[in-house]
Design a protein around this ligand. Structure first.
Ligand SMILES: [Zn+2]
Length: 391
Protein backbone atom coordinates (compact mmCIF):
# COMPACT_ATOMS: atom_id res chain seq x y z
CA UNK A 1 0.00 0.00 0.00
CA UNK A 2 1.31 3.47 -0.82
CA UNK A 3 0.02 6.82 0.29
CA UNK A 4 -0.22 10.29 -1.13
CA UNK A 5 -0.23 12.76 1.70
CA UNK A 6 -2.09 16.02 1.26
CA UNK A 7 -1.49 19.17 3.27
CA UNK A 8 -4.13 21.79 2.58
CA UNK A 9 -4.13 25.41 3.72
CA UNK A 10 -7.23 27.59 3.49
CA UNK A 11 -6.83 30.72 1.39
CA UNK A 12 -9.66 33.08 2.10
CA UNK A 13 -12.63 31.81 4.04
CA UNK A 14 -14.03 28.40 3.16
CA UNK A 15 -17.47 27.11 4.08
CA UNK A 16 -17.12 23.37 3.73
CA UNK A 17 -20.64 22.14 4.05
CA UNK A 18 -24.21 23.10 4.59
CA UNK A 19 -24.98 19.73 6.07
CA UNK A 20 -25.98 21.10 9.45
CA UNK A 21 -28.62 23.75 9.03
CA UNK A 22 -30.33 24.81 12.20
CA UNK A 23 -32.65 27.76 12.20
CA UNK A 24 -31.17 30.31 9.81
CA UNK A 25 -27.59 29.36 10.54
CA UNK A 26 -25.37 27.26 8.30
CA UNK A 27 -22.45 25.71 10.09
CA UNK A 28 -19.28 24.76 8.24
CA UNK A 29 -17.92 21.26 8.83
CA UNK A 30 -14.47 21.01 10.49
CA UNK A 31 -13.18 18.49 7.98
CA UNK A 32 -13.51 17.59 4.29
CA UNK A 33 -15.12 14.21 3.78
CA UNK A 34 -13.58 11.64 1.47
CA UNK A 35 -16.36 11.95 -1.06
CA UNK A 36 -15.99 15.73 -1.12
CA UNK A 37 -12.24 15.36 -1.62
CA UNK A 38 -12.88 12.90 -4.43
CA UNK A 39 -15.22 15.37 -6.13
CA UNK A 40 -12.74 18.24 -5.76
CA UNK A 41 -9.93 16.16 -7.27
CA UNK A 42 -12.17 15.00 -10.09
CA UNK A 43 -12.83 18.66 -10.89
CA UNK A 44 -9.08 19.06 -11.61
CA UNK A 45 -9.00 16.08 -13.94
CA UNK A 46 -8.52 16.75 -17.65
CA UNK A 47 -11.97 17.45 -19.02
CA UNK A 48 -11.75 14.98 -21.93
CA UNK A 49 -10.71 12.19 -19.59
CA UNK A 50 -13.67 12.55 -17.26
CA UNK A 51 -15.82 9.44 -17.28
CA UNK A 52 -13.45 7.28 -19.35
CA UNK A 53 -12.42 3.85 -18.08
CA UNK A 54 -9.25 5.07 -16.35
CA UNK A 55 -11.26 7.70 -14.54
CA UNK A 56 -13.93 5.21 -13.43
CA UNK A 57 -11.27 2.74 -12.27
CA UNK A 58 -9.42 5.26 -10.16
CA UNK A 59 -12.31 7.33 -8.83
CA UNK A 60 -15.32 5.03 -8.69
CA UNK A 61 -14.25 1.38 -8.57
CA UNK A 62 -12.32 1.63 -5.36
CA UNK A 63 -8.77 1.40 -6.70
CA UNK A 64 -7.91 4.59 -4.89
CA UNK A 65 -9.26 5.45 -1.47
CA UNK A 66 -9.95 9.10 -0.71
CA UNK A 67 -9.60 9.37 3.05
CA UNK A 68 -10.62 13.00 3.45
CA UNK A 69 -8.93 16.03 5.03
CA UNK A 70 -8.77 16.48 8.80
CA UNK A 71 -7.90 19.58 10.84
CA UNK A 72 -4.49 20.09 12.44
CA UNK A 73 -3.39 22.91 14.76
CA UNK A 74 -2.66 26.26 13.11
CA UNK A 75 0.74 27.92 12.83
CA UNK A 76 4.00 26.49 14.15
CA UNK A 77 2.36 23.70 16.05
CA UNK A 78 0.78 22.57 12.80
CA UNK A 79 4.18 22.50 11.06
CA UNK A 80 5.47 20.38 13.90
CA UNK A 81 2.49 18.12 13.49
CA UNK A 82 3.29 17.63 9.81
CA UNK A 83 7.00 17.03 10.40
CA UNK A 84 6.38 14.33 12.98
CA UNK A 85 3.55 12.72 11.04
CA UNK A 86 1.00 13.05 13.79
CA UNK A 87 -2.68 12.51 13.47
CA UNK A 88 -5.88 14.24 14.63
CA UNK A 89 -8.30 11.92 16.43
CA UNK A 90 -12.06 12.16 16.24
CA UNK A 91 -13.57 13.01 19.62
CA UNK A 92 -15.38 9.86 20.80
CA UNK A 93 -19.06 10.26 21.69
CA UNK A 94 -18.13 8.64 25.00
CA UNK A 95 -16.09 11.75 25.92
CA UNK A 96 -17.69 13.82 28.68
CA UNK A 97 -16.43 17.01 30.29
CA UNK A 98 -17.45 19.62 32.79
CA UNK A 99 -20.73 21.31 31.92
CA UNK A 100 -19.52 24.77 33.00
CA UNK A 101 -15.88 24.62 31.85
CA UNK A 102 -16.07 22.66 28.62
CA UNK A 103 -12.91 22.20 26.55
CA UNK A 104 -12.25 24.66 23.72
CA UNK A 105 -9.35 25.23 21.36
CA UNK A 106 -7.88 28.09 23.38
CA UNK A 107 -8.62 26.60 26.78
CA UNK A 108 -8.52 22.88 27.54
CA UNK A 109 -11.20 23.36 30.21
CA UNK A 110 -11.82 20.86 32.96
CA UNK A 111 -10.79 17.27 32.50
CA UNK A 112 -12.27 14.81 30.06
CA UNK A 113 -13.90 11.66 31.27
CA UNK A 114 -14.27 8.62 29.07
CA UNK A 115 -17.62 7.06 29.90
CA UNK A 116 -16.52 3.65 28.59
CA UNK A 117 -14.05 3.19 31.42
CA UNK A 118 -15.27 5.61 34.04
CA UNK A 119 -18.58 5.86 35.83
CA UNK A 120 -17.89 9.30 37.29
CA UNK A 121 -20.96 11.49 37.33
CA UNK A 122 -19.37 14.85 38.11
CA UNK A 123 -16.38 17.00 37.20
CA UNK A 124 -13.28 15.92 39.13
CA UNK A 125 -12.17 19.55 39.55
CA UNK A 126 -15.34 21.44 40.46
CA UNK A 127 -18.02 18.75 40.97
CA UNK A 128 -20.25 20.28 38.30
CA UNK A 129 -22.40 17.91 36.22
CA UNK A 130 -20.82 16.35 33.14
CA UNK A 131 -21.87 16.91 29.58
CA UNK A 132 -21.12 15.00 26.38
CA UNK A 133 -18.41 16.78 24.31
CA UNK A 134 -19.68 16.90 20.76
CA UNK A 135 -17.64 19.96 20.01
CA UNK A 136 -14.79 20.31 19.24
CA UNK A 137 -14.92 17.35 16.93
CA UNK A 138 -11.21 16.50 17.07
CA UNK A 139 -8.42 16.21 19.60
CA UNK A 140 -4.67 15.54 19.60
CA UNK A 141 -1.82 14.97 22.02
CA UNK A 142 0.92 17.49 22.70
CA UNK A 143 4.23 16.90 20.96
CA UNK A 144 6.45 16.69 24.01
CA UNK A 145 4.42 14.08 25.75
CA UNK A 146 2.34 11.64 23.72
CA UNK A 147 0.76 10.41 26.96
CA UNK A 148 -0.48 13.90 27.79
CA UNK A 149 -4.16 14.61 28.16
CA UNK A 150 -6.12 15.15 24.98
CA UNK A 151 -6.14 18.68 23.62
CA UNK A 152 -9.20 19.92 21.78
CA UNK A 153 -8.67 20.74 18.14
CA UNK A 154 -10.90 22.78 15.90
CA UNK A 155 -10.06 25.03 12.96
CA UNK A 156 -10.67 28.73 13.59
CA UNK A 157 -14.04 29.80 12.30
CA UNK A 158 -15.77 33.10 11.68
CA UNK A 159 -19.44 33.89 11.31
CA UNK A 160 -20.89 35.97 8.51
CA UNK A 161 -24.30 37.57 8.42
CA UNK A 162 -26.14 37.80 5.17
CA UNK A 163 -29.29 39.66 4.42
CA UNK A 164 -30.74 40.04 1.02
CA UNK A 165 -32.74 43.22 0.52
CA UNK A 166 -35.36 44.37 -1.92
CA UNK A 167 -33.73 46.72 -4.36
CA UNK A 168 -36.59 49.19 -4.42
CA UNK A 169 -37.40 49.42 -0.74
CA UNK A 170 -34.07 48.40 0.81
CA UNK A 171 -36.02 46.27 3.23
CA UNK A 172 -34.91 42.75 4.05
CA UNK A 173 -36.53 40.14 1.85
CA UNK A 174 -38.57 37.56 3.71
CA UNK A 175 -36.47 34.55 4.70
CA UNK A 176 -33.37 36.16 3.29
CA UNK A 177 -31.68 36.79 6.61
CA UNK A 178 -29.24 34.10 7.61
CA UNK A 179 -25.77 33.53 8.94
CA UNK A 180 -23.09 31.05 8.06
CA UNK A 181 -19.71 30.14 9.47
CA UNK A 182 -16.48 29.69 7.52
CA UNK A 183 -13.06 28.27 8.22
CA UNK A 184 -10.62 31.20 8.58
CA UNK A 185 -7.67 31.96 6.32
CA UNK A 186 -4.42 29.95 6.89
CA UNK A 187 -5.98 27.01 8.72
CA UNK A 188 -4.37 23.67 7.88
CA UNK A 189 -5.65 20.20 7.10
CA UNK A 190 -3.98 16.85 6.65
CA UNK A 191 -5.30 13.98 4.58
CA UNK A 192 -4.28 11.20 2.27
CA UNK A 193 -5.13 8.94 -0.60
CA UNK A 194 -4.10 5.31 -0.64
CA UNK A 195 -3.91 2.51 -3.17
CA UNK A 196 -1.70 -0.15 -4.70
CA UNK A 197 1.58 1.37 -6.01
CA UNK A 198 0.67 0.73 -9.66
CA UNK A 199 -2.74 2.42 -9.31
CA UNK A 200 -1.39 5.43 -7.44
CA UNK A 201 1.38 5.71 -10.04
CA UNK A 202 -1.21 5.82 -12.80
CA UNK A 203 -3.27 8.35 -10.86
CA UNK A 204 -0.25 10.62 -10.50
CA UNK A 205 0.74 10.30 -14.13
CA UNK A 206 -2.72 11.26 -15.36
CA UNK A 207 -3.20 13.88 -12.67
CA UNK A 208 0.03 15.53 -13.68
CA UNK A 209 -1.38 16.17 -17.16
CA UNK A 210 -4.04 18.45 -15.73
CA UNK A 211 -3.54 22.13 -16.41
CA UNK A 212 -4.55 22.90 -12.84
CA UNK A 213 -1.66 20.98 -11.28
CA UNK A 214 1.82 22.42 -10.76
CA UNK A 215 4.66 19.96 -10.48
CA UNK A 216 7.78 22.00 -9.72
CA UNK A 217 9.53 19.64 -7.37
CA UNK A 218 10.21 15.98 -8.04
CA UNK A 219 7.85 14.47 -5.57
CA UNK A 220 5.48 17.32 -4.81
CA UNK A 221 2.34 18.43 -6.60
CA UNK A 222 0.55 21.74 -5.96
CA UNK A 223 -3.02 22.63 -6.76
CA UNK A 224 -6.05 24.45 -5.44
CA UNK A 225 -9.06 22.48 -4.24
CA UNK A 226 -12.49 24.03 -4.23
CA UNK A 227 -14.88 22.50 -1.76
CA UNK A 228 -18.14 23.45 -0.10
CA UNK A 229 -20.59 26.13 -1.00
CA UNK A 230 -20.08 29.27 -3.06
CA UNK A 231 -17.10 27.67 -4.82
CA UNK A 232 -16.61 30.41 -7.37
CA UNK A 233 -16.54 33.52 -5.25
CA UNK A 234 -15.06 32.19 -2.02
CA UNK A 235 -11.75 30.82 -0.81
CA UNK A 236 -10.09 27.54 -1.66
CA UNK A 237 -7.66 25.01 -0.21
CA UNK A 238 -4.10 25.42 -1.40
CA UNK A 239 -2.85 21.85 -1.41
CA UNK A 240 0.52 20.12 -1.47
CA UNK A 241 0.51 16.43 -2.32
CA UNK A 242 3.45 14.10 -1.74
CA UNK A 243 4.03 10.39 -2.14
CA UNK A 244 4.72 8.13 0.88
CA UNK A 245 6.21 6.04 2.26
CA UNK A 246 9.53 7.50 1.31
CA UNK A 247 12.18 5.04 2.52
CA UNK A 248 14.54 7.73 3.77
CA UNK A 249 12.42 10.54 5.08
CA UNK A 250 8.86 11.36 5.85
CA UNK A 251 6.24 9.37 7.69
CA UNK A 252 5.91 5.63 7.30
CA UNK A 253 2.73 3.73 6.70
CA UNK A 254 2.15 3.35 10.43
CA UNK A 255 1.95 7.11 10.83
CA UNK A 256 -1.28 7.28 8.94
CA UNK A 257 -3.00 5.35 11.72
CA UNK A 258 -1.73 5.40 15.29
CA UNK A 259 -1.06 1.95 16.75
CA UNK A 260 -3.75 0.52 19.05
CA UNK A 261 -2.89 0.59 22.74
CA UNK A 262 -3.21 -2.95 24.10
CA UNK A 263 -3.76 -3.03 27.82
CA UNK A 264 -6.39 -4.96 29.72
CA UNK A 265 -9.31 -6.75 28.11
CA UNK A 266 -11.26 -3.88 26.60
CA UNK A 267 -11.28 -3.20 22.85
CA UNK A 268 -12.78 0.16 21.99
CA UNK A 269 -13.66 0.85 18.37
CA UNK A 270 -14.05 4.54 17.50
CA UNK A 271 -15.41 5.58 14.10
CA UNK A 272 -13.23 8.30 12.59
CA UNK A 273 -15.67 8.84 9.73
CA UNK A 274 -19.32 7.76 9.37
CA UNK A 275 -19.82 4.08 8.57
CA UNK A 276 -22.49 2.77 6.22
CA UNK A 277 -23.11 -0.81 7.30
CA UNK A 278 -25.94 -3.06 6.07
CA UNK A 279 -26.94 -6.47 7.37
CA UNK A 280 -27.63 -9.39 5.03
CA UNK A 281 -31.17 -8.14 4.39
CA UNK A 282 -29.79 -4.72 3.35
CA UNK A 283 -31.10 -2.98 6.43
CA UNK A 284 -28.90 -0.20 7.79
CA UNK A 285 -27.24 -1.37 10.98
CA UNK A 286 -27.02 0.85 14.05
CA UNK A 287 -25.14 -1.45 16.36
CA UNK A 288 -21.83 -2.89 15.21
CA UNK A 289 -21.40 -6.52 16.18
CA UNK A 290 -17.90 -7.88 16.52
CA UNK A 291 -18.13 -9.80 13.24
CA UNK A 292 -18.62 -6.57 11.27
CA UNK A 293 -15.46 -5.09 12.77
CA UNK A 294 -13.04 -7.91 13.46
CA UNK A 295 -14.19 -10.65 11.06
CA UNK A 296 -11.97 -13.66 11.68
CA UNK A 297 -8.93 -11.64 12.65
CA UNK A 298 -8.97 -12.23 16.40
CA UNK A 299 -8.82 -16.07 16.30
CA UNK A 300 -7.10 -17.06 19.54
CA UNK A 301 -8.48 -14.05 21.41
CA UNK A 302 -12.17 -14.86 21.90
CA UNK A 303 -14.55 -12.08 22.88
CA UNK A 304 -16.90 -12.29 25.84
CA UNK A 305 -19.82 -11.35 23.63
CA UNK A 306 -20.26 -10.58 19.93
CA UNK A 307 -22.33 -7.54 20.84
CA UNK A 308 -20.69 -4.49 22.40
CA UNK A 309 -21.07 -4.23 26.17
CA UNK A 310 -21.17 -0.44 25.94
CA UNK A 311 -21.91 1.86 23.07
CA UNK A 312 -22.22 5.58 22.44
CA UNK A 313 -23.52 6.00 18.94
CA UNK A 314 -25.55 8.33 16.76
CA UNK A 315 -27.27 8.09 13.38
CA UNK A 316 -26.71 10.23 10.34
CA UNK A 317 -28.14 10.48 6.84
CA UNK A 318 -25.51 10.97 4.20
CA UNK A 319 -26.65 12.71 1.07
CA UNK A 320 -24.76 14.53 -1.58
CA UNK A 321 -24.83 16.06 -5.00
CA UNK A 322 -23.45 14.62 -8.21
CA UNK A 323 -22.05 17.33 -10.43
CA UNK A 324 -21.81 14.98 -13.39
CA UNK A 325 -25.46 13.92 -13.24
CA UNK A 326 -26.68 17.23 -11.83
CA UNK A 327 -28.84 15.25 -9.44
CA UNK A 328 -28.84 14.54 -5.72
CA UNK A 329 -27.11 11.31 -4.74
CA UNK A 330 -28.98 8.45 -3.10
CA UNK A 331 -29.14 9.10 0.64
CA UNK A 332 -27.52 6.49 2.89
CA UNK A 333 -28.15 5.74 6.56
CA UNK A 334 -24.91 5.74 8.52
CA UNK A 335 -23.53 5.44 12.00
CA UNK A 336 -22.07 8.85 12.84
CA UNK A 337 -18.36 9.57 13.18
CA UNK A 338 -17.20 9.48 16.80
CA UNK A 339 -19.49 6.56 17.64
CA UNK A 340 -17.87 4.17 20.08
CA UNK A 341 -18.43 0.44 20.51
CA UNK A 342 -16.66 -1.40 23.31
CA UNK A 343 -16.04 -5.16 23.42
CA UNK A 344 -14.33 -7.24 26.04
CA UNK A 345 -11.94 -10.16 25.55
CA UNK A 346 -12.85 -13.29 27.48
CA UNK A 347 -9.33 -13.76 28.82
CA UNK A 348 -6.60 -11.48 30.10
CA UNK A 349 -3.83 -11.03 27.50
CA UNK A 350 -0.39 -12.06 28.77
CA UNK A 351 2.82 -10.21 27.98
CA UNK A 352 3.87 -12.56 25.18
CA UNK A 353 0.54 -12.13 23.35
CA UNK A 354 0.44 -8.35 23.50
CA UNK A 355 2.54 -7.72 20.41
CA UNK A 356 0.64 -10.32 18.38
CA UNK A 357 -2.73 -8.86 19.40
CA UNK A 358 -1.54 -5.32 18.68
CA UNK A 359 -0.46 -6.40 15.19
CA UNK A 360 -3.81 -8.03 14.53
CA UNK A 361 -5.71 -4.95 15.71
CA UNK A 362 -3.51 -2.79 13.52
CA UNK A 363 -4.43 -4.92 10.52
CA UNK A 364 -8.12 -4.64 11.44
CA UNK A 365 -8.07 -0.86 11.69
CA UNK A 366 -6.16 -0.53 8.41
CA UNK A 367 -9.29 -1.72 6.61
CA UNK A 368 -12.44 0.39 6.58
CA UNK A 369 -15.78 -1.19 7.38
CA UNK A 370 -19.07 -1.10 5.49
CA UNK A 371 -19.92 0.48 2.15
CA UNK A 372 -18.34 3.25 0.05
CA UNK A 373 -14.97 2.76 1.73
CA UNK A 374 -13.13 4.35 -1.20
CA UNK A 375 -14.95 7.58 -0.35
CA UNK A 376 -13.46 7.48 3.12
CA UNK A 377 -16.45 6.06 4.98
CA UNK A 378 -15.99 3.49 7.73
CA UNK A 379 -12.50 4.41 8.94
CA UNK A 380 -11.93 3.12 12.46
CA UNK A 381 -9.38 3.32 15.23
CA UNK A 382 -9.06 0.65 17.89
CA UNK A 383 -8.02 1.75 21.38
CA UNK A 384 -6.72 5.16 20.35
CA UNK A 385 -5.00 7.06 23.11
CA UNK A 386 -7.57 8.91 25.16
CA UNK A 387 -8.25 9.25 28.85
CA UNK A 388 -9.15 5.82 30.10
CA UNK A 389 -8.83 3.90 26.86
CA UNK A 390 -6.17 1.24 27.14
CA UNK A 391 -5.04 2.40 30.56
ZN1 LIG B 1 -15.46 21.47 36.25
Amino acid sequence: MTYLRLIATTRGAVTISRAYLSGNHMETASHVSGSMLRGALAALWEKDRLGNSDFLDLFCQGKITFHGLFPIPSGDEGENFIATGRFPYRMPLSAFACKYHPPATEDPGHSYIDAIQSSDKECLECHAPLKQCKSPEYYYHGNDNPESRPRPLEPKKEVYLYHGSERATRRARTAALYSYSSICNEEQFIGWLSGAPADLGKFLELFNKSLHVRHDKDDEYNFGLRVGIGKKRRGFLETRMKQYPDPDRGPKEADFRPAPVVNGRVLVVVLQTPAIVYDNLFRAVTDLDAQAVFGDMLQSYPLEDKRPFKRFSARLVIDGWSNIHRLPRKPDQAIAAGSVFAYRLRNEVNKGQKKDLADRLKAVQAVSIGERCNEGYGQILINPRFIGIGE
